[in-house]
Design a protein around this ligand. Structure first.
Ligand SMILES: *Cc1c(COP(=O)(O)O)cnc(C)c1O
Length: 413
């Protein structure tokens, strides 16, 4: 079970919805910091442990800055994300560049910044060599293929466009070494929104095995393994968060059983999680415009799937709180919709809620990752502002809402 609470009192949330134009995103700074600290503390046995926050989950430099203060780096997949990491004050090996189908200029930028370049493909060794030369430190993204099963969001590894296959792995490290690489790392990303703790432990086992195989076949000792992102969050109240302490303890056991006897210690372990760092601590705050009855009952919000696409895209569950109506019976069944001319613009289908009236404030939970970031402008919708809920319960704007001028800017050329 996970409890779906608001980060402030109902009265305070109603006051925010009154004082600031809805819809807007709100991120709980203290909770994000606490989560980052808990993640790092769980892996305190790993010397040099780091989570490279996946910028795509919440691409706001103020959030990345907070995470930098908590010791995190950034995982970037494009030039703008690299620049964003830089704006947040990160540099060099605090940044991992995990891209695919990579353009030359992004290799150039990542190389110039001294970021850890994580190659997605065996042919990218030659591409990178042509563009910048091979840096001293190089990482490869591993795709285990039929050895592992994926899940709905990321798909099956065999069908995935990403990574270096099992048989390509050894030739990749050999070639990179030949071209001058001196330090090596191994990365994978095989799951997304994974709540099964054993799956994460198995990923460590898989990477440890490959680290040993790489050493046996090439003599190369890896400096670190990157377990990727993909640790899930309990979107539904019936789900439970991953027990990081448990995962860490199991990984430590494997490390002692596999890495230490192979003579490969110390081997750093890092992650690049986005969702579990900010997801549960971001809220989409929205007001009810209309409540109506057709063949079903509908609640129409001032937010739409252009603000939060996950329910429409994946059928994802996002918990909804009607602010100030906790004590009322949840005896109405609604579809909760946005205003796009798109029938799948729904935040919830057949959701049991208290009776709702126009003007009510709804909070959509677990929107802090892959939320605002996935926003779009279809139907000429404008993306909302983002606010940081600070320790003193005040809000600080960290992104303004889009204006029509923003929308029309690309028509002026
Ligand atoms: C999306 C992504 C992540 C982050 O995933 P989360 O589910 O947000 O933890 C990390 N690494 C890579 C390569 C990704 O594509």
């Amino acid at each position: 079970m996970s409890v779906k609470k608001l980060p402030v009192s109902d009265e305070q949330m109603l006051a925010f919805a009154n004082d600031y134009e809805t819809p807007f995103y709100l991120y709980d700074e203290q909770a994000i910091r606490a989560q980052a600290r808990a993640f790092t503390a769980a892996f305190d046995w790993v010397d040099g442990f780091k989570n490279y926050f996946a910028i795509k989950a919440c691409p706001n430099p103020e959030i990345v800055k907070i995470l930098k203060e908590e010791g995190f780096g950034a995982d970037c997949s494009s030039l703008p994300e690299l620049i964003l990491a830089q704006q947040a004050g990160l540099s060099g090996e605090e940044i991992m560049f995990t891209s695919n189908d990579t353009p030359d200029e992004e290799f150039e930028a990542a190389y110039a910044m001294g970021a850890v370049i994580n190659l997605d493909d065996i042919t990218h060794i030659e591409s990178l060599n042509r563009v910048t030369g091979i840096p001293e430190l190089i990482s490869f993204r591993y795709n285990p293929g039929p050895g592992r099963t994926g899940n709905a969001i990321i798909g099956n590894p065999v069908e995935a466009k990403y990574g270096v296959t099992t048989s390509q792995l050894i030739p990749s490290y050999r070639r990179a070494k030949e071209l001058g690489a001196k330090r090596f790392a191994l990365h994978t990303m095989v799951a997304s929104n994974e709540l099964e703790a054993t799956y994460i432990v198995e990923t460590a086992r898989m990477l440890f095995s490959q680290a040993i195989r790489i050493y046996q076949e090439t003599g190369i000792r890896l400096e670190f393994i990157n377990m990727g992102g993909g640790i899930g969050i309990p979107y539904h109240p019936d789900q439970k968060a991953v027990d990081l302490e448990w995962v860490s303890a199991k990984i430590k056991k494997l490390y002692e059983a596999m890495i230490v006897p192979a003579g490969l210690a110390p081997l750093r372990i890092v992650f690049e999680c986005g969702r579990m760092v900010t997801g549960p601590f971001g809220y989409l705050v929205t007001k009810v415009r209309h409540v109506t009855q057709k063949y079903k009952k509908y609640v129409g919000l001032d937010a739409s799937m252009a603000n939060l696409m996950r329910p429409a895209l994946y059928g994802a569950y996002h918990h909804i709180t009607v602010v100030g109506k906790k004590s009322q019976p949840q005896d109405e069944l609604y579809d909760v919709t946005g205003s796009l001319c798109e029938n799948n613009d729904k935040f919830a289908i057949d959701r049991q809620l208290p009776a709702v009236v126009p003007g009510d404030v709804l909070v959509i939970h677990d929107a802090g990752a892959h939320g605002h970031a996935m926003g779009f402008n279809y139907n000429a919708k404008l993306r909302s502002a983002e606010y940081l809920l600070q320790e003193d319960n005040s809000l600080r704007m960290i992104r303004r809402a889009e204006t029509m001028d923003d929308l029309f800017a690309t028509l002026k050329f």
